[in-house]
Design a protein around this ligand. Structure first.
Ligand code: SAM
Length: 282
């Protein structure tokens, strides 16, 4: 089941890869750059970026460590790996290597990295504790793990998701009955500082530090929201809308965005906060 979940998620991101961060909406690139900056990378360091996507943090990390260092990315979605490799070639980043690999079981020698980065990916892994233990093994003593996750769901988030659910609900199949004992869905995992401390301590990490970073995702036009939802993880849900309902579902979302996401200054935006966490391998 865990393996099937992993492949299902990788399939969604593989199909999303051509559109990922390409719809004119800046989300993963600024947040990935913030993660790389937060890692405090120095020239000559070796870093591994797990679940690297299209290089939102891997590319700035490669620029920070420079040609005397190495930046290696792994992702389970082939489309992400191919797009990142093409971008690295375009930028002449010969010390950036990207390959297909499982963020839960990265296959590299022990103590071979100064830093491991994981941007908005740990909550997708069926066995995050095993992944974190693997990162500790891959880091040299004193090496750091730098991750990003979403923060607690705010009252404003709850209100937005309620309206979102009402707009899209008529076009979605009924949600499956919850199976007792099954893990929470990815978007509900690792949202608290306590859950991260527990995860990281269980992997043998110490010196856990947090910073929260707010981001406003800006939409130039309300119609952009539909494309943006198809371009990343939400695509998994969007694919369950029957094709004959796409026009109506798009119209419902466009109305919702125009009505609910407009600020006083007239721009359309959705506020989110991510948590940047660093931890050290003793
Ligand atoms: C939300 S995206 C984040 C990508 C990138 N870190 C960024 O910040 O743009 C999650 C990424 O994790 C990848 N992913 C999901 N499960 C994975 C796994 N088990 N192993 C490797 N990559 C995985 C997906 O294919 C996707 O590229």
């Amino acid at each position: 089941m865990a393996e099937a979940d992993k492949q299902r998620i990788a399939g969604v991101f593989d199909r999303a890869a051509p559109m990922y961060e390409q719809t004119g909406v800046a989300f993963f690139d600024p947040l990935g750059a913030a993660l790389a900056t937060h890692a405090g990378l120095r020239p000559g360091e070796r870093i591994l970026d797990v679940g690297c996507g299209r290089g939102a943090s891997l590319i700035p990390a490669a620029e920070a460590v420079g040609p005397s260092g190495a930046a290696i990315g792994i992702d389970l979605a082939v489309g992400m790996v191919e797009a990142t490799a093409a971008e690295a070639r375009r930028r002449g980043l010969a010390h950036l290597h990207v390959q297909v690999g499982d963020a839960e079981a990265p296959d590299f020698p022990d103590a071979s990295f100064d830093a491991v980065l994981a941007g908005l990916v740990l909550f997708f892994l069926p066995d995050a504790p095993a992944a974190v233990r693997a990162y500790a093994r891959l880091l040299r003593p004193g090496g750091r793990l730098v991750i990003s996750t979403f923060t607690e769901v705010s009252d404003a988030d709850k209100e937005w998701f309620e309206h979102f659910g009402q707009a899209l609900g008529p076009y979605l199949p009924p949600p499956p009955e919850p199976v007792p004992g099954s893990p929470p869905p990815p978007d509900a995992r690792l949202r608290t500082r306590e859950s991260l401390v527990e995860l990281l301590a269980g992997g043998g990490f110490s010196d856990v530090r947090f910073t929260e970073k707010a981001h406003r995702t800006v939409f130039a036009r309300p119609e952009q929201f539909w494309d943006w939802l198809w371009s990343a993880g939400m695509r998994g849900m969007m694919e369950s809308i029957p094709a004959q309902d796409h026009d109506d579902a798009r119209a419902a979302l466009t109305t919702l965005v125009a009505e609910r996401l407009r600020s006083d200054d007239g721009t359309l935006g959705w506020a989110t906060t991510i948590r940047l966490t660093t931890a050290r391998r003793p």
